[in-house]
Design a protein around this ligand. Structure first.
Ligand code: SF4
Length: 321
């Protein structure tokens, strides 16, 4: 398979009065063309910051301190901001959790959905509005011609998220980064919108990096899964292998806390303990205070990512040779 995105040694640090906090810690990750890769972990694990870092969108006082994010043959992070904006408009787009913050409240839906075509493909106003109307029909907005003249606040949350998908996929980007794209919506709408996003992306040959805390969503959508904990990638695996037998004790904990269809009402067992604060990370394996299988090396020595026999990798001494 052809690699589309290669993230190498990516680290993002926040300077705070109490000292630097490492939100993303030396992450390596690849996404193939057309592939759906899910990045999972509890809130605060660094998954959103990883997504923002890849496109050079880290908010201050955050700063990327090392690493590359190579899309095709372009290191996005080495580009000046003006060229990076071009990449973000054309080749890679992003969908956020809350579309109200990403949509411009004073521009009509038509203007916003048509904009990428005007700015990046040089289409005329009339052409781009016609294309926007066709795209709004594809994302399932009723009466798309009329929606063109409406403003974001006149739409429901689900409709706004459909508009975001239309904007993000308008130029058939190579990569779509979607950060919890459906979390704010009610459950039935969530499923529809995810399915729609996947369909459209598949049609356009777009690969998806899907950031989510929801393993149900991962099972439904992803080809591969990457698990993050305290800023580090701790497991990476094909989705089937992952659900059959996750290798990292943290991944096992996450899976054990999933509601089971075959055992409704079974009490959930969340991963015991708290996500560590980035300002007081445990030594060695960051997970060791919460790990039921911790042994001699764990508290002092940070484990590297070990290759797993069936493919995939896990950052855990249990898998050390
Ligand atoms: Fe648990 Fe040790 Fe593996 Fe960390 S390295 S997950 S503490 S067994």
């Amino acid at each position: 398979e052809q690699t589309l995105l290669r993230v190498e040694g990516l680290s993002t640090v926040f300077e705070t009065p109490a000292g630097p906090l490492t939100a993303v810690d030396g992450v390596d990750l690849t996404v193939s063309r057309g592939e759906v890769v899910a990045v999972v972990g509890e809130s605060g694990c660094g998954k959103t910051m990883l997504a923002l870092s890849i496109l050079g969108l880290v908010p201050p006082p955050g700063r990327i301190v090392s690493g590359r994010a190579v899309l095709g043959d372009t290191d996005v992070l080495a580009l000046p901001e003006s060229q990076r904006r071009q990449v973000r408009g054309k080749r890679a787009s992003m969908i956020f959790q809350e579309p109200m913050t990403a949509l411009n409240p004073v521009l009509t839906i038509g203007e916003q959905v048509a904009e990428p075509l005007r700015v990046h493909a040089g289409a005329s106003r009339r052409e781009s509005l016609a294309a926007a109307e066709a795209m709004l029909a594809r994302v399932g907005l009723p009466d798309p011609g009329r929606q063109l003249g409406r403003y974001p606040h006149e739409l429901s949350g689900g409709q706004r998220q459909r508009v975001m998908i239309a904007m993000a996929l308008m130029l058939r980007p190579e990569l779509l980064i979607a950060d919890e794209p459906t979390t704010a919506l009610d459950v039935t709408v969530q499923g529809q919108i995810l399915a729609l996003m996947l369909d459209l992306a598949r049609d356009a040959g777009t690969a998806i990096l899907l950031v989510t805390h929801n393993l149900g969503v991962v099972a439904q959508t992803a080809d591969r899964v990457a698990v993050m904990y305290a800023g580090r990638l701790v497991e990476e695996a094909a989705v089937d292998a992952f659900f059959q037998g996750p290798a990292h004790p943290y991944s096992r904990g996450l899976l054990a806390s999933l509601p089971r269809l075959d055992a409704p009402g079974r009490r959930l067992t969340p991963v015991p303990g708290m996500v560590p604060s980035l300002s007081a990370l445990p030594t060695g394996c960051h997970f060791h205070p919460r790990c039921g299988q911790a042994f001699a090396p764990c508290a002092d020595n940070p484990p590297p990512l070990f290759d797993l026999p069936g493919g995939g990798q896990a950052r855990c001494w249990l898998h050390g040779a």
